[in-house]
Design a protein around this ligand. Structure first.
Ligand code: G3P
Length: 221
């Protein structure tokens, strides 16, 4: 499974990229607004740090302007994936941008029908928002499973990757991985939670305490 970082915070992205476990980044207008910075400046910095796909979302809502904005975003770096919303105009823009050789991430996907349309429109990535579905009492993971089943029925024609988004906790990542989503886009705090376990901390503390009793060293042998 590929891990993308769901953030526009260059400090966080840089720090997490140092792990070598980051395959890409997703941003959205809310995440960009949170930085208080210029979008293009932030995008350039992220693309310089991360070699994998970096999703940048259009702000226009009509197809022509989405395509214009998408081209402008894609021109910033070769690894930009243009994010468009799952509307009819977004689907048309997805098709046009895809045909121009630009990778598209169709975002705000909340149903299998929407995902099927996005795949038919040529989306490189489809972003089902699992957390927001859970928030309203639906099952985000059921949506991932349904999209997986649909795409697997048409491997020759529907080639989109499932990018599990709106991830709120480690369990979302694990469930999405078990269901075969190619990618999870993970907020920095959840990424850190993935590695943490109280028994790891306790076990390490015990091992070190016992090792120190031996009086031995390893590095200078
Ligand atoms: O980037 C899109 C998505 O991951 C947003 O997540 O937590 O705002 O629902 P959230």
């Amino acid at each position: 499974m590929k891990f993308f970082i769901d953030s526009a915070d260059i400090g966080e992205i840089r720090e997490l990229s140092d792990t070598g476990l980051v395959d890409g980044v997703t941003t959205n207008p809310t995440l960009v607004a949170r930085t208080g910075r210029d979008f293009f400046e932030v995008l350039d910095e992220i693309c310089a740090v991360v070699s994998g796909p970096v999703s940048a979302e259009v702000a226009a809502t009509d197809v022509d302007n989405m395509v214009t904005e998408g081209r402008a975003l894609a021109a910033r770096a070769k690894n930009v994936a243009v994010k468009v919303p799952l509307t009819w105009d977004g689907l048309k823009a997805c098709r046009a941008l895809t045909q121009a050789g630009i990778a598209v991430n169709v975002t705000l996907c909340f149903s299998p029908a929407q995902a099927l349309l996005a795949a038919k429109a040529g989306a490189r990535f489809i972003s089902p928002f699992v957390g927001r579905l859970d928030d309203i009492g639906h099952s985000g993971m059921t949506l991932i499973a349904e999209i997986r089943e649909i795409l697997d029925n048409y491997p020759d024609t529907l080639k989109s990757e499932i990018l599990a988004a709106s991830i709120r906790n480690p369990l979302h990542v694990i469930e999405a991985a078990k269901l075969g989503a190619e990618i999870a886009t993970i907020p920095p705090n959840v990424m850190r939670q993935l590695a943490s376990h109280a028994l790891t901390d306790k076990g390490l503390g015990d091992f070190l305490a016992d090792w120190n009793k031996t009086g031995q060293t390893i590095a200078d042998r």
